[in-house]
Design a protein around this ligand. Structure first.
Ligand code: MIC
Ligand code: SF4
Length: 633
């Protein structure tokens, strides 16, 4: 058996572990962050429970930490009060980015973790099966202790050798992205094996698993070995260690081999994480901004490497260098050993340990600017400046480029090896460990928190206009953008709706409101990227009941189903070409999974469309979404 199936097997509640089958698995841990968390907890309240069924649930505040007005502050207080009521661990703003903090403090080898954030698979670096999902799935996991999933296939990435010449874990995952693309992991767990694994630290592995989300994979997983034990020891949690690995003769559905010895520093060019080239192809590009950190590359050793490279040097005069550390524990250690001082003296701006520039929460680049980032996504406009170009690179590349002011190959730089600390700091006062259900607590709801929309039963005959037709790989950042102006609206669907598809079609909201809904037509991998279920709830609020695409990204498809919107795919993908924006379409559903047709009133052609999902998914759609379904069961 491979490792992924071994862990799933120990958590199997119902069904058979066969790729493509729907199973019910036990969820040990959940995590939420604040921009998806408010919806999760409104939904948890709607499920009306009196105890949590998970071993551990944590509510992080890390995305929306710029308190520009009352909105974010109110959301945080809402989440804190919910944590107090339900017995959820509350990670205060400033504690750090959910995935890094979770890795340091809570992930365990062999456990299952469900998180309302697409980069939850970061904990796969600790041999957990860690899955990103929409908020409602996390609410149900907390309430019932389980998660329904289609068993993924397993893609084996076999690593040999060890990284040389300042190539790093980021270059490993950029290489995988180059080979497999942003949809190459859909329907798969990526499992890393081989003698190269032991040369990678737990945080290197976490970087690789983190960006497995960009492959569209369900999750990624590494074995648990002496490097895992070493990391747990540093965290004061050696008791959580168990060794775990695949059997020698484990079976895999697909295989890819990577020789770490030969890897070169890589760069993902704008505007997609799989637009990857060797650094020598883009060397010399003048850069305006460099941002180091985010949940992908903000570990102690990543930031120490950067501090060592910059120690005693100055950054180029025209560059702005931003550092967003992964956790306050790391900041505290870098402070103690003088690394923060090296960074500041070199000219770096040290930001609070939070998502910050990664999600456009400040530090937007200049118009037409070039920003090098150690982050995981470079979709157009995500940084807050639509005309800017974002390149994704390793911390080594970012640091040497900060000195030269141009995109620079780190290969020939001498970079000292980093000695890991014996023991990480643990700043306990950044966490409140609520552990009991307390029915006396009335959750705090500020005026920005509005109810989420609920759908009625499925419409079997529907006539509507094509509001929008988009191409391949449309991200949820395009459907519901996130910037410092929009993130505070995450608990207010009616207000957020005004910005739906704003960077794609400015009039989308007005047209959708005027026509009381209609169709969205998508290409391949529609809804890739973030797990935000707002990308389903906002269209639902605008009256959209059906999206027809060539194919869907995993989390977004789940979110559409959960909210009651039917994600139909064209049986014949060529039919996509026959539909224009504004065409009026007639949809007829005989049974949801088969025999549904769409007639185009302009061309008079009829297309077959289908829904692929489990029989339970069909029941959810018929009921008008997961909340209605769970309540009636
Ligand atoms: C992201 O990286 O896009 C986010 C912001 O963390 C999202 C969650 C969100 O949209 O709130 C994610 O990755 O799921
Ligand atoms: Fe935060 Fe960026 Fe990581 Fe998303 S990808 S969790 S916004 S740091």
């Amino acid at each position: 058996m491979n490792l992924a199936y071994k862990i799933l097997d120990t958590h199997l509640l119902e069904g058979q572990l066969k790729a493509g089958e729907e199973v019910l698995i036990k969820i040990d841990q959940t995590l939420t962050q604040d921009t998806t968390g408010t919806m999760v907890y409104l939904q948890l309240e709607a499920l009306d429970i009196t105890s949590l069924k998970t071993d551990l649930s944590v509510a992080y505040i890390d995305h929306n930490t710029l308190q520009l007005g009352f909105e974010n502050a109110d959301d945080h207080e809402f989440i804190r009060s919910i944590a107090e009521k339900y017995g959820i661990i509350y990670s205060k703003p400033g504690n750090g980015i959910c995935h890094q903090v979770h890795l340091e403090q809570y992930s365990k080898p062999g456990c299952t973790l469900l998180g309302s954030d697409s980069h939850t698979p970061t904990s796969g670096g600790m041999a957990a099966i860690a899955i990103g999902s929409g908020g409602l799935d996390v609410a149900v996991a907390m309430a019932k202790g389980y998660y329904f999933m289609k068993v993924p296939k397993v893609y084996n990435v076999h690593l040999t050798g060890s990284l040389q010449n300042n190539a790093s874990a980021k270059d490993v995952i950029l290489t995988v992205l180059k080979k497999l693309t942003v949809s190459g992991g859909v329907g798969h767990i990526i499992e890393y094996t081989g003698d190269g694994v032991s040369s990678l630290s737990t945080t290197d592995r976490a970087t690789i698993c983190n960006m497995g989300a960009e492959l569209g994979a369900t999750t990624s997983v590494f074995p648990s070995d002496e490097r895992t034990q070493e990391f747990l020891r540093q965290q004061g949690r050696e008791c959580d260690y168990i060794p775990l690995s695949a059997d020698q003769d484990a079976l895999y559905d697909n295989r890819l081999a990577i020789d770490l010895n030969t890897l070169k520093p890589m760069v993902a060019k704008p505007h997609s994480p799989d637009n990857v080239v060797e650094i020598t192809d883009v060397e010399g590009l003048k850069v305006n901004q460099i941002a180091i950190g985010s949940c992908t590359n903000s570990s102690y050793s990543d930031l120490m490497k950067v501090a060592k490279i910059l120690d005693g040097k100055h950054i180029a005069p025209e560059v702005s260098l931003l550092i967003s550390p992964g956790s306050n524990n790391i900041v505290s250690m870098l402070n103690e050993n003088g690394a923060i001082n090296s960074l500041i003296q070199a000219g770096a701006r040290i930001l609070e340990p939070a998502c910050g520039p990664c999600i456009g929460m400040g530090q937007a680049p200049i118009s037409n600017g070039i920003s090098l980032r150690t982050f995981n996504r470079n979709f157009k406009g995500r940084c807050g400046t639509t005309s800017a170009d974002v390149y994704l690179v390793s911390p080594e590349t970012a640091a040497v480029s900060a000195i030269t002011g141009i995109l620079t190959d780190p290969t020939l730089f001498k970079i000292d090896t980093i000695k890991e600390p014996k023991r990480y700091h643990k700043l306990e006062h950044f966490t409140i460990e609520y552990s009991e259900f307390n029915h006396m607590i009335v959750p705090f709801k500020g005026p920005n928190i509005k109810d989420f929309p609920l759908k009625n039963e499925l419409n079997l005959n529907y006539k509507g206009q094509t509001l929008l037709k988009v191409g391949d790989n449309i991200s949820t950042d395009a459907i519901v953008p996130s910037t410092s102006k929009l993130l505070p609206l995450r608990s207010n669907i009616p207000e957020l709706a005004k910005h739906c598809f704003i960077n794609t079609k400015e009039t989308f909201y007005d047209i959708a409101i005027a026509s009381k809904g209609g169709f969205i037509i998508g290409g391949e991998n529609y809804g890739q990227g973030s797990s935000r279920e707002h990308a389903a709830l906002v269209p639902l609020y605008l009256g959209i009941e059906f999206v027809i695409a060539k194919s869907f990204a995993r989390i977004h498809k789940r979110n559409l189903i959960n909210s009651g919107i039917v994600p139909f795919t064209f049986k014949n993908p060529e039919d996509y070409n026959d539909i224009n924006e504004n065409d009026v379409l007639d949809l007829k559903i005989t049974t949801v999974d088969k025999n549904s047709t769409v007639t185009n009133n302009r061309t008079l052609k009829t297309y077959d469309v289908e829904f692929t999902g489990s029989s339970r998914d069909i029941e959810i759609l018929k009921a008008g979404g997961y909340i209605n379904y769970e309540k009636s069961n």
